[in-house]
Write a protein that binds this ligand. Structure first.
Ligand code: PLP
Length: 370
């Protein structure tokens, strides 16, 4: 079976370094908020061209703590996309804030022109855009929200480590960039983890308090915080094992994406574009299949031993859990998002796929009769 992610191959490649990192952390005798975290935060910030990074427990927490650090509170309206991992919206809901869903464009990413019109109405103070699939939203368009409207922006970069818009890393426009080290992500840990990147030192200090029970110094609790810390072991693995491989992994993802883009030729399969100036991190390789034929396509792939998955099959406001919470859909609706969700399929694109397997994925897609 050609898998969406192949962690046994990753382990084979990383075992020696991972065991060394484990031993070093064990011997240090310090397991939470220590030197490993600090060294990883410095390395991540340098990689991403930010002055500051703060490790937290997950991508979900990275978004929630970022919003909290910017002052977001219950009842505030937060503009976001209906097509993303549920965590993007969950972070908003956990604060008691009200998500406002604006529709997506043909790439499946939030339509920034439409979103700008929505934000212009004046009652929206926060925006959580998502660089979905690793495709970078146009930074000039994002910048208008801050410059013209004063909207606070937390960029959801959980899928976009390494992606650039017109030459600059995603996350560069907002006050905060939130990312995830969930194992399947481009930079994944051996468990849960996340980080916030920022240029704003006061915000960094608030994040450090929020992740550690709201204390500035030991037993001085200034605000109501969380327990959301990236542990030393994950930090050591990320810094010593995974981050040094990231550039090579991203190159491999791009190489696979280039082959898919050039060699997939099937009138029943539609490739997806991306915003102008986007240099994608290719977290996923999305395609579109007619909603009535998607089940058939997924069956075809599975029966030929190629995994294909969906990101994401249901628009967030249509999820069962949303029935009990307060949210808003913009007057123009989210029909593009709904159609997109019904059509979207992801092909395998992890860095340990070999060339023969990439060829096999292409052949299997091209042989589908639609
Ligand atoms: C994975 C993901 C998250 C959540 O990250 P976790 O570490 O799983 O909490 C948020 N947003 C997007 C776009 C994601 O892909």
């Amino acid at each position: 079976m050609i898998l969406s992610n192949d962690f046994s191959r990753q382990w084979e490649d990383t075992e020696k370094d991972a065991v060394a990192a484990f031993i070093a952390t064990g011997k240090s005798g310090w397991y939470i908020l220590g030197g490993e975290l600090q060294r990883f935060e410095e390395a991540l910030a340098a990689y991403w061209s930010f002055p500051f990074a703060a490790g937290v427990a997950s991508g979900l927490d990275a978004i929630e703590l970022s919003l909290r650090a910017l002052g977001c509170k219950a009842g505030d309206r937060v503009l976001t996309t209906p097509v993303s991992a549920f965590a993007t919206t969950l972070a908003i809901l956990k604060i008691g804030a009200v998500p406002v869903f604006s529709d997506v464009d043909a790439c499946g990413l939030i339509d920034l022109d439409e979103a700008y019109n929505v934000a212009s109405r004046g009652d929206i103070h926060y925006f959580v855009p998502v660089h979905l699939y690793g495709h970078a939203l146009e930074r000039h368009k994002l910048a208008r929200f801050r410059e013209d409207l004063g909207t606070n922006i937390v960029e959801d970069c959980a899928q976009s480590i390494g992606a650039r818009s017109h030459g600059l890393p995603t996350g560069s426009v907002g006050q905060m960039a939130a990312t995830s080290f969930y194992p399947t992500k481009n930079l994944g840990a051996m468990g849960d983890g996340g980080a916030i990147l920022t240029r704003d030192h006061p915000c960094l200090l608030r994040i450090r308090m929020l992740r550690d029970y709201g204390q500035r110094t030991k037993y001085n609790h200034e605000i109501i915080g969380y327990n959301s810390r990236l542990d030393e072991l994950q930090a050591a693995l990320l810094r010593a094992v995974y981050l040094p491989r990231l550039t090579r992994w991203l190159q491999r993802r791009t190489g696979i994406a280039d082959r898919y883009s050039a060699e997939i030729r099937n009138p029943a399969v539609q490739l997806i574009g991306m915003p102008a100036g986007s240099d994608s991190s290719w977290h996923l390789f999305p395609i579109l299949i007619s909603p009535t034929r998607k089940g058939c396509f997924l069956e075809h792939m599975k029966s030929r031993m190629v995994s294909a998955s969906e990101h994401y099959p249901i628009a967030i406001p249509d999820q069962t859990a949303m029935a009990g919470v307060s949210f808003e859909i913009v007057p123009n609706g989210i029909e593009s998002a709904r159609t997109f969700c019904k059509s979207q399929v992801s092909l395998p694109i992890h860095p340990y796929l070999n060339d023969a397997e990439v060829s096999q994925v292409i052949e299997t897609v091209n042989r589908w009769t639609g």
